[in-house]
Ligand binder design. Structure first.
Ligand SMILES: [Zn+2]
Ligand SMILES: [Zn+2]
Length: 522
């Protein structure tokens, strides 16, 4: 007989209800009435919550579609902040003051830093753009001299225009094509159709690892070059995914068009130099690691007691004649096609762009054979000791103290996301969207869907200032265990879906192009 609880789970999934709803207590500040509200967890990975991940994917597809073929400049007119946003920023100001005070006293700020980080995330989730604090300016500006082997690009002044050119056909119809481009990493050795190298011994795992680590920076560089080359503020919606050989590649929806020849020229001139200290020589193996000296806050050589070079000193020691630690480039092979608004091609490409968003990078291609498992193992091994950032513990292996060195760092055990098996070296965001794509944040797009739903159901908008919200924790009297929450959520979904179907019947055929027919709204 099926287990009752797994049937509830199954039902929830079928109805698109969140599998791990969060319980909030909502108090009406006018009447004092208290209600329990269950909100979806909003996770983007299907392995955690499939219905929420599907919804997140649909939202990304809507965002992608909305910005791709815009024929007018998007209006970016920020709304006044609401009470919740204002409260978050005030709270953030308080914790920053606390943190700086504690820092001045020489106290441990780790917890306050973590709190600030969480608040920053919450501020972004609340739909505010940018960060409260600008990123700290780099202490030094390294030379960005061009490499000899990189061809120069003609540079135009970048105008504020973000929409592409229009073309007029002989019959007078005008159209504004956009582009779908796929960029890949270079080759590291011949691979078979299963993605594994023909000769594992000569496959360049080190280079593959570094290219993956710096892939996001390289893409940034590419967009900058393309904008300067084309002379306008080109906009994109891009998704990063692994290929079968486990190297990242990127699908990019671009507003406007670029010729293949132009793309080839920009790609050839695009590289990202990593001006980090040299890692070609291992100074300390795992059995003779540098030791932490608490009193001075430094790592010392285990044999001589000498202080290891600090991060800043190691950077200063890079001379004008030195080579960068790594130069990342895209592969020569790329894919580019023109796409027209509303065409079947456009839908197919949006499918590509969002296909793997609900999966971890490493789960996109399952390893089925020993060769594939071996390939993944060797890449993970190469990533293990590769420094992922200036604060990476792996720098100790190369005789350098990482930035912000502290006790307990061990090469090979850095907590950075890039080293994790499921990330394959790429720790950045899976979806990269330029600021003037649709002129909206993801929160705006979510708001659009909610407004559409409320409107369809004829529910008047509520005043957000009317309610006070609190998170219900397990110790509270009104706390609902997960199984009970799920039952409520399933009942709610069924009620909503019936109401929505009824509203649709009443309204006749209504246009709701951004919502699928299954009613996965809100
Ligand atoms: Zn969920
Ligand atoms: Zn690391």
């Amino acid at each position: 007989m099926p287990l009752a609880r797994s049937v509830v789970r199954q039902l929830a999934a079928e109805h698109g209800a969140c599998l791990r709803p969060v319980q909030l207590r909502r108090t009406d500040v006018h009447t004092g009435q208290v209600e329990q509200v269950l909100v979806p967890c909003g996770h983007t990975l299907a392995s955690v919550c499939a219905p929420c991940a599907e919804r997140a994917k649909a939202l990304r597809a809507a965002q992608c579609r909305e910005g791709w073929h815009l024929d007018r400049e998007p209006v970016i007119d920020p709304d006044d902040p609401d009470d919740w946003q204002r409260w978050l920023v005030e709270k953030r100001a308080e914790t920053q003051a606390d943190r700086d005070g504690a820092g001045d006293q020489g106290e441990d700020c780790a917890e306050l830093d973590a709190l600030n980080g969480e608040l920053d995330e919450e501020i972004t989730r609340a739909g505010l753009r940018g960060n409260v604090l600008p990123a700290r300016p780099a202490r030094r500006h390294r030379s960005t001299r061009r490499r000899q082997d990189a061809p120069d690009l003609p540079r135009r002044k970048v105008t504020a225009r973000t929409v592409g050119k229009t073309y007029t056909a002989p019959d007078g119809t005008t159209f504004r094509p956009s582009m779908f481009v796929t960029l890949t990493c270079p080759g590291y050795g011949r691979v078979g159709s299963d993605g594994t190298p023909a000769e594992p011994d000569s496959y360049d795992y080190g280079r593959a690892a570094r290219d993956a680590l710096h892939f996001a920076a390289l893409f940034d560089r590419f967009i900058q070059n393309l904008r300067r080359f084309l002379g306008y503020d080109l906009q994109y919606f891009a998704a990063v995914e692994p290929q079968r050989r486990l190297a990242p590649h990127i699908h990019i929806a671009i507003r406007g068009t670029v010729s293949r020849a132009e793309l080839r020229q920009v790609l050839a001139a695009t590289y990202h130099q990593v001006w980090w200290p040299d890692t070609s020589v291992v100074h300390y193996r795992d059995d003779e690691l540098p030791v932490w000296h608490e009193a001075s806050g430094n790592y010392l050589d285990p044999a001589t007691g000498e202080v290891l070079s600090t991060w800043d000193d190691a950077l200063d020691a890079i001379g004008v004649d030195d080579e960068p630690q790594h130069v990342a480039r895209f592969g020569e092979r790329f894919d580019a096609q023109g796409v027209l608004a509303g065409s079947r091609d456009a839908n197919r490409c949006i499918g590509y762009l969002t296909k793997y968003l609900t999966k971890h990078v490493a789960d996109c291609h399952q390893a089925d054979t020993d060769e594939q498992r071996g390939h993944a193992d060797r890449l993970a091994a190469a990533l293990r000791y590769e420094p992922c950032s200036p604060t990476c513990a792996n720098w100790l292996r190369y005789g350098i103290q990482p930035r912000n060195a502290r006790a307990g760092l061990r090469p090979g055990w850095c907590k950075g996301k890039a080293h994790r098996r499921e990330c394959l070296g790429y720790a950045g965001r899976r979806v990269l969207v330029s600021r003037k794509w649709s002129g909206k944040t993801l929160a705006d797009h979510r708001g659009d869907r909610r407004a559409w739903l409320m409107d369809t159901l004829g529910i008047p908008a509520t005043d957000p200032a009317r309610y006070r919200w609190e998170l219900v924790s397990p110790g509270d009297l009104d706390h609902m265990p997960p199984a009970q929450r799920m039952l409520h959520v399933v009942a709610d979904r069924i009620r909503w879906q019936e109401a929505l179907a009824e509203a649709r019947r009443r309204a006749g055929p209504i246009a709701s192009p951004h919502l699928s027919a299954t009613g996965r709204a809100a």
